[in-house]
Design a protein around this ligand. Structure first.
Ligand SMILES: Nc1nc2c(ncn2[C@@H]2O[C@H](COP(=O)(O)OP(=O)(O)O)[C@@H](O)[C@H]2O)c(=O)[nH]1
Ligand SMILES: [Mg+2]
Ligand SMILES: [Zn+2]
Length: 313
């Protein structure tokens, strides 16, 4: 019986698909009562996990007996009040959010929640503005302003048309050799982009079923697509997969880089930057040094029902 190593690219809870280090796809199960110390999770294994397994020729599946320490993992609570979490993915190098100004419209609130969560996980984030082929001059001006704002805050921005294959070389370069999570509303073109980058994968674009299933799937298991040039893309169905889990209200201002740089100048060291006198953040806001939409999205995140639950006090 031989020992093999690989990475989990699909996990359904009971079994998972492993890509072995020599490029073979093997269905695997977990050995016996496998448990990972320290994580109260509904699923012991997730995409991105690096595993060791044994494989017997007479069986048609491998048995996982070891999971390597995760350098990070993203989770979602099983239910809002549950202490249990669902691990979405492990060992992520970077996260990208795909944004369209129209059809569908992505709000800056959505973008900022995504960025705040990436900051909380210490995962580098970038923004892909897709469907650049379909915008009016007015929308293109709005796009320029958004790119100025977010690249100014240190988030790399890309303009693409997955449909026409424009602007994807830079994205391809960024994905090479890394594990990347891709998020964004249904219909923004995530699958189309992945298909353009990796035509061989032939994922179904604009599948009607995707819209039908939206909201029905409470536990969607993420899938990790291997790229030919090395690296993987994790296509997540929505922002819920990448929510504000394991996060304190007090931590929110630190996850806004422009606030993080000013907070030490506030008069009170427990300043929430909402109503306190001598607040450096509000001063910067009134001088136009902090973007009003960023600030109002900060306020809106603070008001999230998510933070109202007693368990997060
Ligand atoms: N005009 C235009 N349409 C696009 C572009 N990218 C994707 N689409 C279309 O948008 C729809 C949704 O794309 P899809 O990749 O399934 O979105 P996903 O839900 O984010 O995976 C499909 O009809 C695509 O053909 C683009 O860059 N420009
Ligand atoms: Mg899709
Ligand atoms: Zn303040």
């Amino acid at each position: 019986m031989d020992n093999y190593q690989g990475v989990v690219i699909r996990s359904t809870g009971n079994s998972c698909t492993v890509l072995s280090s020599d490029g073979l796809i093997v269905e695997c199960r977990l050995k016996g009562n496998f448990r990972i110390k320290g994580i109260k999770s509904t699923n012991p294994i997730a995409v991105g996990d690096k595993v060791e397994y044994t494989f017997q020729q007479e069986k048609d599946f491998g048995l996982i007996h070891a999971i390597a320490d995760r350098h990070n993992y993203i989770i979602r609570k099983a239910t809002r009040l549950s202490a249990l979490s669902h691990i979405i993915a492990a060992n992520i190098d970077q996260a990208m959010v795909m944004v369209t100004l129209t059809r569908p419209r992505t709000s800056t609130g959505f973008i900022d929640r995504f960025l705040v969560t990436s900051e909380a996980y210490h995962i580098p984030a970038f923004i892909i503005f897709n469907k650049c082929d379909q915008y009016s001059d007015e929308e293109l001006a709005k796009l320029d302003a958004l790119i100025r704002l977010y690249s100014g805050l240190g988030y790399p921005c890309f303009r693409t048309s997955a449909l026409l294959g424009q602007g994807i070389e830079d994205v391809r370069e960024l994905l090479r050799g890394r594990v990347s999570l891709i998020s964004g509303h249904s219909g923004v073109g995530k699958t189309a982009l992945i298909n353009t980058i990796e035509p061989g994968l032939l994922r179904k674009v604009g599948a009607i079923s995707e819209y039908h299933l939206k909201g029905k799937h409470t536990t969607t298991f993420a899938e990790m697509l291997p790229l030919r040039d090395g690296g993987f893309v994790i296509d997540t169905p929505g922002i819920k997969e990448f929510g504000l889990v394991n996060f304190d209200k007090q931590e929110v201002p630190e996850r806004f880089p422009e606030m993080r740089n000013l907070m030490h100048l506030c008069q009170f060291n427990n300043c929430t930057h909402v109503h306190e006198p001598g607040c450096a953040v509000k001063r910067a806001l009134s001088r136009g040094e902090i973007n009003p939409s960023r600030y109002s999205n900060y306020i809106s995140i603070l008001k999230d029902e998510y933070f109202d639950e007693a368990e997060w006090d």
